[in-house]
Design a protein around this ligand. Sequence first.
Ligand SMILES: [Zn+2]
Length: 495
Amino acid sequence: MPVCLPSNRCSSSSSPTWMEELVDEIVAHAEDKVLEQDIAHWREDLRQRLAQVQQHPEQGLGFIEEHIRQATLRLQCLLVQKAMQDKANQAEEKCPDCGRPLGAKKRRVVRWVDAYCGPVKLARTHGWCPHCEHWVFPADRLLGLRPDSTASPLVQEMCALLVSKMPAEQAEALALRVTGRRLSRSTLAREAQRQGDQALGVRQQLVEAPVVAPTAQASAGRDQASEPFTLVIQIDAWNIRERDHWGRTKQQRRKDPKFDRWHWVYTATCFRLSHRCKKGRFKNKLRPIITERSYVATRGGLDALRQQIYYEARVRGLAQAERVLVLADGAVWIWNLVEDRFKKADQRLDLWHANAYLWAVANELHGKGSKEARQWVKPLLKQVRNDQVAQVITRLEELQPHLAKAAAKAASEAIEYYQDNQKRMKYKEGRQRHEPVGSGAIESTCRQLQCRLKRCGQFWSTRGDEALLCLEMFWRNDRWEMLFPHAKLTALTNN
Ligand SMILES: [Zn+2]
């Protein structure tokens, strides 16, 4: 089976004779005549391949597996082609959009489909819908084929999944080894973009629709639906470099002095406190994990974040939660958003950020990494941990007039930060309630996303990064099957 599709994939540009022959061949497949011969041919090919392995003592199970995989790809292509054609033949000659009969039909037209096992051919009719005023192939819709792409739904999914996890160059090499066939990096990138664009539309519909009550949501945990619970929300942001208006930075800056290549990716997570536990093989090395959680990451600005995190929180049971706790650093936009959307939530400043301000003073006073700095900061950190931030502020205020310039600056920044966030610094209370005192869960998510989207030399278009982030969120939020319904089958078979 050739691995590359013929360049002349679109039937409209092919000669009628070529087309008719092809149609006959495909119809013969559908009627099983050729298929039986093909199966016999495949069996012989496989027999020869396996005989070859027997003759080579150095070829182990890996060779057997690889031969069977390669030989079976061809058979799979034949089976896919036949089943696809059978399905296409059943397509009603009606407009899939309005259901009216199609006019001006209907020469059989061939298209190549890039299936996971290789290229396959499909013959189907098309017609004109006078109501919708478009030419349409009902069979293509029935099969889930896009008019603008040759990729089959499984290839569409593979591209989306691979490129949302790694750059297309890596995905190309990986796809070859994992699937046994070549998907070019341009196909991978193009198809992932298409799927990402589609995912953006699905997400928009989702966040605008009413939320299903958590009792009906398996992911929310049926067993806990009626018990009181705390909902934890963590919010953070990181930036990404974009290449829109590439090479025209100066012109753009003249138009808009605030023009910047770096843009914020707003990120959030939300989970029930009871879904946070510690796991590990050794008692003294337990790692906190969250068994069920929702994610948001968007390049679409604060309004998009607000809408999406509000949606995810409702899915996790915002309306039923006994207590809602938001954890984040001191960024003003975060707390404005919380006041707006989660007014009744308790707010907590991430302890690590709180500590960092004291460390900055200590380092200026005694030198970075010095024993004296550690000694100076230790009792103050303890006071912060024990909700005595007022004392810390007083101490810094007393100290400030006697400090050198840099240390005084660090001290005044710390005072301002603590004054702004004092009501959010209840760490003792947090520990007593067995709640997180830091926003580590969201920070580790940010780091993971940065590993994919913030590599050296990477630039993104606004459209490109948002589409990939959207795919990644569908994957993480366990909604992949909304985009690729066939994925359910794998889940079912492996359960
Ligand atoms: Zn129509």
